[in-house]
Design a protein around this ligand. Structure first.
Ligand SMILES: [Zn+2]
Length: 265
């Protein structure tokens, strides 16, 4: 991965430019509207194709409706299919599910990991995190630096940190049931990602909801994502004991996030 970034002149740049890698590999690039242009028979029902690689045409194509961070990631994902030696040298049509961090398809997972390694320049990202500390401020700063989405950057921070940290992502599960205006929104855990040391010391997952007063404060009026709320919270560990964690909660207008680190460490 580093070899490819160095050879294509991308390693010393702050943010990787996928076009530099496409050029180096002599791959053509095209964007078009995948919804209207792709024939229906290549789209399995319910799937939203976002990008494709045609090995024989040396062509990467990406849906032109994608926001820039997604377009960058999708392009790097197709480059990964092209360079990974174990991947078939044929045609890949990749959809949102395959490019999600929760995909179960091994070849998509491998391509996602390779793409993320390129996007965050391997170990460079971890060095930045170690220097800046674990906080929402670090996530926004590094998302801007690496030109990645906020959520992908938050996941990478938790996943690769050498310190014990867990990212918990909450979604509003009352969204469609709020005909009764007296019910309050409920922000339930959507997924969690923890650093290796956090998993081995504590747990791999938390269940439940974000504290309702914090959720209300974060979402009731517009506030900047960096205006987080920090609180000490108690969580039961698998050993049946409870442990105190520092939780930094913040909101990006879609999800509530929490960075959990052991208190007093
Ligand atoms: Zn793919």
């Amino acid at each position: 991965m580093c070899f490819l970034l160095k050879e294509s002149g991308q390693y010393d740049k702050e943010a990787v430019n996928p076009f530099g890698i496409l050029d180096y590999l002599k791959l053509n690039y095209l964007t078009f509207n995948f919804d209207t242009v792709l024939p229906l028979e290549v789209k399995p029902e319910g799937s939203q194709p976002r990008a494709l690689l045609s090995y024989s045409d040396r062509l990467v194509a990406v849906d032109d409706n994608l926001a820039p961070p997604r377009e960058r990631f999708s392009t790097l994902h197709e480059i990964a299919h092209y360079v990974l030696p174990t991947h078939q040298h044929s045609m890949y049509l990749c959809d949102s599910q395959g490019m999600s961090h929760r995909t179960h398809l091994t070849f998509e997972k491998t391509a996602n990991e390779f793409a993320a390694d390129m996007l965050f320049k391997g170990g460079m990202f971890s060095i930045d995190v170690a220097a800046m500390g674990i906080s929402v401020k670090t996530i926004t700063t590094l998302a801007a630096k690496y030109q990645a989405s906020f959520e992908a950057t938050a996941r990478r921070l938790a996943e690769r940190s050498l310190r014990p940290v867990m990212l918990a992502v909450f979604k509003n599960t009352a969204g469609t049931r709020r005909i009764n205006a007296d019910t309050s929104p409920n922000w339930d855990v959507r997924y969690c990602i923890a650093s290796p040391i956090f998993k081995s010391r504590f747990f791999t997952h938390v269940n439940g909801s974000a504290p309702s007063d914090i959720a209300a404060e974060l979402t009731s009026s517009y506030r900047d994502i960096e205006e987080s709320i920090t609180r000490i919270i108690e969580i039961d560990t698998s050993a049946g004991q409870s442990q105190q964690f520092t939780g930094e909660f913040f909101y990006n207008q879609y999800n509530i996030f929490a960075l959990l680190t052991p208190a007093n460490s």
